[in-house]
Design a protein around this ligand. Sequence first.
Ligand SMILES: [Zn+2]
Length: 482
Amino acid sequence: MLSATPERLLIRGGHLVDPASDVDGARDVLIDDGKVVEHGQDVDATGARVIEVDGAYVIPGVVDSHVHLVDLAHPDAPRTNAYQRLARAGVTTAVEFFDFAAALDQFPASTAGLTMLGLQGIREHDGTASRGVLRDEVAAALRGGAVGVKLLGGHFPNTPETSARVIAEADALGAYCAVHSGSTRHGSNLDGMRETLELAAGRPVHVAHTNAYLRGACADVDAENRIALELLREADRVVSEAHLAEFNLCVGTVADGAPTDHIVRNCLRLGGFSVDVEGLEQAFRAGFAHVLHDTGEEPEHITGERGVELWKSDPPGTMLNFPVNNRMSAFFQTCARVGADGSLRWNGAGDFVVDAIASDGGTWRNVILRRGMALVHFGALTMRQLVDKACRVPAQLFGLTAKGHLQPGADADVAVVGLDGEVRLTIAGGRVVYDGHDVAGDGGKILTTELGAPAVAERGIDYEVVDIGAGLLRSQARDQAV
Ligand SMILES: [Zn+2]
């Protein structure tokens, strides 16, 4: 049963996995007034609604460090299904990675009791933009409520010089800075990722979806993975995340007979098709290009003749998917860790090279827990390591000290997950926002900086100010391995 307001709840009979509390075993969890009160074996349930979870995993709500809340093909839509879908996937906090201003526009009509923060994409500049122009753009993002900015390199590349300046200006203004690698010089591939690290020149940068750059464009996929992991290990002040999904997402817009999105062009090249409308149609007929058809509870991927029809009916209003995310890269990037002897390994204890598992989803494919649990069953991650990468570390990246763990006093954000990875219950801020059937349709809050607080307040949205500077990206105060 959903909660209208934060409740006193006892989650009883579950297997709590909370690395921050050093707990991986049978524990009951008591929450009240939106916070965790305690967890233990015989917790007094007086005055609490008791939820029996029959041995399911009880973990901190997932913190998805890279989502797209706004459907890029319909940025002006009044609402989005993303929040409902995130709640159903056990996500209680998510970070918008494209257009936070548009996400804020949709928030009141879309919210499902979750916590959101986000980055504002830097637009594509002609030539090299001046420092002043870029500083103004970063400052405007912060004043608009975003906690930082994102370079949209792969999709809307800037020159390397402009990209480097954005990273520097974001650093100077204390903003979070994430990069989808790629510029006017290098594509969204291993060379692009190497270039990002060079352009950062020791400044803090979050490298988005490291797995997505490793599709064999620059070398064999296994060689690319090893090189990428070495680059990330050597890079100071860089954090990163990888995702576990096969499909990518790009926009269907066409100009002068060719797709405008550089990612579409890359995919067509990768699949051996010509980089024009004809090539895209052939890619559909070959079962390679798909339309993201979003009409039901979860979206479908449609290829073939029907895909061509859907896309042609409204190219700019259509999102496209290609199954280009290499499975080996997803595994390597998610599971690679450095053992005590300094060597890379894919099981056992160690410090993970890529910090977090994200979805790069939001409006679609919220598969962190389902796919993450598959890796647990496979023996590549322990449950504690999965919680670390899906909850605790992503919260730390952004300085969210009350999230990603369930120590007393933490925000009462909880996911109850079956052994199959199926989310049974999601609690956010002490409210049941997903009960296995229904999803809440109100509440939630925005996390912003001091600079952004007035803009969020003006919209009448509940908010809290966070200190991004205390987060792992900007402070690099790393914890021990689990
Ligand atoms: Zn993304």
